[in-house]
Write a protein that binds this ligand. Structure first.
Ligand code: NAP
Length: 306
């Protein structure tokens, strides 16, 4: 399986329309499905690379839904399912929800939704809006985003799990400074999922949170695998080490993703993109070999020198 540089997102849309993309060299040659990992709470398996929708959803007012639709279709093509969402104003989440409700996609997705607001009633209203706009009475995962007003919302998340409106529940952070608060929550409660920041250049999660998730039987979703894109600025114009080929890594994006996927506590890495071919490149990181511990140390050294 080889991966080559992607065409741009606009080219993707143009080439898709003409059918020319089918023969583009950027396509993966093997149609291997993404591997899956177990959610400890139930044993259900989910694919190890998912889609973080933030950037694509925020661009809907200017760009429409075409990019998001293409990215999700690319994910599904390789057996991916996990789509992470965050509550947005109705004028944005309504068109996004229309993609999530497309009959071709609807029942194949694992939708992770969030509550991100102060106050109990506001949290309930956000849950109802997620259900209404995403067209689902049952959401696969409901998370308290960035621990915001966690103590207020958590009893309601537990009630939604009991009533079958949330299949799994959890909480998220995206900053190292919130790890201690997430750790205290993980010791106090029993979320099915934790969702946290981790990248080859931002490895604090390895110290306490990931081992604790393993010990306590919690699935781990990862955000910021590319530090919201700053990772690519750091590695720009630098050659990928030749030894990356030893674990089937062909690009810097895959270098970061394979580092994360090699951690045994990681269940699924979310990658945010507006470009379906970046999605495909990121999916390819989930295929083939992963680095062993000695290689991961070497990878950290390479990134530490930048
Ligand atoms: N508190 C929370 O719950 C929280 C906070 C932050 C993030 N998240 C979740 O995590 C997801 C990931 O977000 P993030 O902010 O951490 O972003 P990220 O995935 O670390 O980086 C996204 C950036 O990388 C670029 N990119 C993606 N794949 C690429 C590739 N193969 N080659 C080159 N560039 C590539 C994207 O641009 P292109 O569009 O050009 O591909 C985008 O600018 C979010 O969407 C969200 O679901 C959750």
């Amino acid at each position: 399986m080889r991966y080559q540089s992607p065409v741009s997102r606009r080219d993707f849309i143009r080439l898709s329309a003409t059918g020319a993309l089918l023969s583009h060299p950027g396509r993966l040659l093997a149609q291997e499905p993404l591997p899956t990992r177990r959610i400890p709470a139930t044993g259900e398996e989910i694919p190890i690379v998912g889609f973080g929708s933030t950037k694509a959803v925020l661009e809907i007012p200017e760009e429409g839904i075409e990019a998001i639709d293409n990215v999700i279709r690319m994910l599904l093509q390789y057996g991916g399912r996990v789509v992470d969402t965050s509550p947005r104003p109705e004028e944005v989440d309504r068109p996004f929800g229309s993609v999530l409700q497309d009959p071709d996609l609807r029942d194949r997705l694992f939708i992770a939704a969030k509550i991100y607001v102060e106050g109990e009633q506001n949290g309930i209203d956000q849950m109802r809006q997620n259900q209404r706009l995403f067209g689902r009475q049952t959401l696969d995962l409901v998370q308290v985003e960035s621990l915001r007003d966690l103590e207020t919302h958590w009893p309601n998340l537990r009630a939604w799990k009991d009533s079958g409106e949330a299949r799994y529940i959890g909480a998220t952070v995206f900053l190292d400074q919130d790890h201690e608060a997430l750790e205290a929550f993980m010791r106090r409660e029993s979320p099915d999922f934790v969702h946290l920041n981790y990248s080859v250049a931002e490895t604090r999660a390895e110290q306490r949170l990931l081992p604790l998730a393993q010990e306590r039987g919690m699935a781990a979703l990862i955000n910021r695998p590319f530090m919201n894109g700053t990772f690519f600025q750091a590695v720009a114009n630098r050659p990928l080490p030749e030894w990356a080929a030893e674990f089937d890594c062909e690009t810097w994006a895959q270098f970061s993703l394979k580092y994360l996927l090699a951690h045994p506590a990681v269940t699924c890495v979310l990658t945010e993109t507006t470009n379906p071919l970046h999605m495909e490149e990121n999916i390819a990181a989930g295929l083939g070999r992963l680095p062993d511990e000695a290689t991961r140390r070497r990878m950290r050294e390479v990134i530490g020198q930048l």
